[in-house]
Write a protein that binds this ligand. Structure first.
Ligand SMILES: NC(=O)c1ccc[n+]([C@@H]2O[C@H](COP(=O)([O-])OP(=O)(O)OC[C@H]3O[C@@H](n4cnc5c(N)ncnc54)[C@H](O)[C@@H]3O)[C@@H](O)[C@H]2O)c1
Length: 253
C-alpha cells in the first residue's frame, strides 16, 4: 500500500463501525496516524486494537460529536494525541432514522440534525482552528446519493445530506485560501451495521439489478474514495461531491 499519508494526523468521526472504521484502517495503512472517534468506548477500543494489530498507528477519541463542545474536544484530543499537528478530518458520524412525513418526530429530527448536519459545521470550525496555518489540511464530509435522488422515507435524511453537499462547496470556497480542501463523498447503499435494519434480500437484489456495475458497494469502495480525497493525488480537487455508487444514481436500468 502506498504511504501517501505518512505522518499526517487524521480524525474520523463515527469510526467505531462501518464506513468510518474501514476508512480508519485504510488511512493507517497509508501511513496516517489515525484518531478513531465514536460514542461507544468498546467500538473505539476494538477498532484501535485492530489497526495496531495490522501495523498501523491509531489512537482512540471517545466523544459525542453531536455538540459543538464535543467535536471541538475531539479535534483537540486528536491534535494532542497526534503530537501537535492536525491534517485530516472525516465528518462521517451520523444517527439515522427513516420516517414517512406523518411520522417525523421532533426528537428524531433534532438528533439527526445535531450529529449529521450541525456536527459537520462544528467539525469544520474545529478543524480549521487546529490545522497548521501554512500547511492547511483536508476535510472530507460523508454525504449520500440521497442528496442527489429520492429514497424512501428520507425527507430528513435527504435534506441533511443535500445540505452537506452545499456546506462542502461553501466551505471549499471560503477555506481554499488557507490551503484547506473540502470535499464530500456520496455513497449508495452500503451494507454496514447501521443499515442492517433497513435491508432485506429482495431490496438488495433490486439494487444490484439497477446498478450498472452489477453489485452492491462495500465499505472498502467508500473508504478508497475518502482516502483519495484525503491524499495529495486529489490536490487540485475541492468543493466536489464524489459519487461512489457503481453508477446506480444516474442509470435507467
Ligand atoms: N451505509 C450506507 O448505506 C450509507 C450510504 C450513504 C451514506 N452513508 C453515510 O456514511 C456514514 C457512515 O455510515 P455507516 O453505515 O458506516 O454507519 P454505522 O451506523 O455503521 O456507523 C456509524 C458510527 O457512528 C457512531 N456515532 C453515531 N453518532 C455519533 C456521535 N454523536 N458521536 C460519535 N459517534 C457517533 C455510531 O456509534 C457508529 O459506530 C454516515 O454519515 C451515513 O449517513 C452510509
Amino acid at each position: 500500500m502506498q504511504q501517501d499519508l505518512a505522518g499526517r494526523v487524521a480524525l474520523i468521526t463515527g469510526a467505531g463501525n462501518g464506513i468510518g472504521r474501514e476508512t480508519a484502517h485504510q488511512m493507517a495503512a497509508r501511513g496516517a496516524i489515525v484518531g478513531v472517534n465514536d460514542l461507544k468506548e468498546e467500538f473505539v477500543e476494538a477498532a484501535v486494537a485492530s489497526i495496531r494489530a495490522a501495523g498501523g498507528q491509531a489512537f482512540g477519541v471517545v466523544q459525542n460529536v453531536s455538540t459543538r463542545d464535543g467535536i471541538h474536544a475531539a479535534v483537540q484530543s486528536a491534535h494532542e494525541q497526534g503530537g501537535g499537528r492536525f491534517d485530516i478530518l472525516v465528518n462521517n458520524a451520523a444517527w439515522v432514522r427513516y420516517q414517512a412525513v406523518p411520522e417525523i418526530a421532533e426528537d428524531t429530527m433534532d438528533r439527526m440534525l445535531a450529529v449529521g448536519f450541525k456536527g459537520v459545521i462544528w467539525g469544520i470550525q474545529a478543524a480549521v482552528a487546529a490545522m497548521d496555518a501554512e500547511r492547511g489540511g483536508v476535510i472530507v464530509n460523508v454525504a449520500s446519493t440521497a442528496a442527489l435522488r429520492s429514497a424512501p422515507n428520507s425527507v430528513v435524511y435527504s435534506g441533511i445530506k443535500s445540505g452537506i453537499v452545499g456546506i462542502t462547496r461553501a466551505a471549499a470556497a471560503e477555506l481554499g485560501a488557507q490551503n484547506i480542501r473540502v470535499n464530500a463523498v456520496c455513497p449508495s447503499a452500503i451494507p454496514t451495521e447501521g443499515t442492517q435494519r433497513n435491508r432485506n434480500a429482495e431490496r438488495d437484489a433490486r439494487r444490484v439489478a439497477t446498478t450498472p456495475l452489477g453489485r452492491l458497494g462495500t465499505v472498502e469502495d467508500i473508504a478508497r474514495g475518502i482516502c483519495f480525497l484525503a491524499g495529495d493525488e486529489s490536490g487540485f480537487v475541492t468543493g466536489q461531491a464524489l459519487v461512489l455508487d457503481g453508477g446506480v444514481t444516474f442509470s435507467n436500468l
